[in-house]
Ligand binder design. Structure first.
Ligand SMILES: CC(=O)N[C@H](C=O)[C@@H](O)[C@H](O)[C@H](O)COP(=O)(O)O
Length: 237
């Protein structure tokens, strides 16, 4: 898929991330493919998927939905863990995913490669590359390395990034101003529709929402906590 075709599908629209970590009740490829279908039925413009489920999840989701898929692999939680090697980038690019998401920070990669190498491997297989960054400087470097899209995914998850409780809307604005030619994707801790709308107003081409839509354990916990707190107040009256 060409970048222009992807952009006509996702610009000004919502992307849903359908991933589940090891041990999560939804950590099942077929189940996540169903979750992706439900999100597409709700008008998600694209699905981001893979994670610890790797290329099996990406392939199953791509078969289940008729919107573009952004694929990634995840290994570990330390240092570079999103599509961390050239081999991982190549394996995701070989699936039906239209876009490969990969760590776009300047930290050392497990295989000693540079971001530019991973992006080149993705492009060789005719796919688009989304760089997941944590700061504006990383986004600028990622665009220079050939990234087709830059996403704020890693803000709050690297030692040198801001740790906002909610989404890092400021980073969206900074990237949009610094890279007017590059589509910026807002991602990470968007927990309410109004926050997602705010990201578009801040200059994002598109917004990725994961946990708040596709993690029923997280959603339940937030309701349960609210109810328990009210219950405690009630008992204390
Ligand atoms: C930091 C990291 O590993 N982010 C991952 C990237 O693919 C996913 O675990 C997130 O769910 C995704 O970025 C969407 O964000 P949120 O779930 O906050 O809406």
């Amino acid at each position: 898929m060409k970048l222009s075709a992807l952009l006509s599908a996702i610009t000004g629209r919502l992307i849903v991330s359908c991933q589940a970590s090891e041990g999560h009740a939804l950590r099942h490829t077929g189940t996540l493919a169903r979750v992706a279908r439900a999100a597409a039925d709700g008008r998600a413009a694209a699905i981001r998927c893979g994670g610890v489920g790797g290329v099996a999840d990406v392939t199953a989701v791509a078969e289940a939905v008729d919107v573009p898929v952004i694929g990634l692999t995840k290994s570990g939680r330390e240092g570079v863990f999103i599509t961390p090697t050239v081999e991982a980038a190549r394996s995701v690019a070989a699936t039906p995913a239209a876009v490969v998401a990969l760590d776009g920070t300047a930290r050392p990669r497990p295989d000693g490669s540079a971001l530019r190498d991973g992006i080149a491997a993705v492009h060789e297989l005719g796919k688009l590359a989304m760089a997941d960054v944590s700061t504006a400087a990383e986004g600028i470097a990622a665009a220079d390395a050939g990234a087709d899209l830059v996403a704020t995914t890693l803000s709050g998850y690297t030692p040198n990034s801001r740790r906002t409780e909610g989404p890092d809307l400021a980073l969206v604005g900074e990237l949009a101003a610094a890279l007017p030619e590059v589509p910026i994707v807002a991602e990470g801790r968007y927990h309410a529709p109004e926050q997602a709308a705010e990201a578009i107003r801040a200059g994002a081409a598109s917004v990725v929402v994961g946990t708040a839509i596709t993690d029923p354990t997280w959603i339940t916990r937030s309701f349960a906590e609210a109810v328990t707190t009210a219950g405690g107040e009630h008992v204390g009256r």
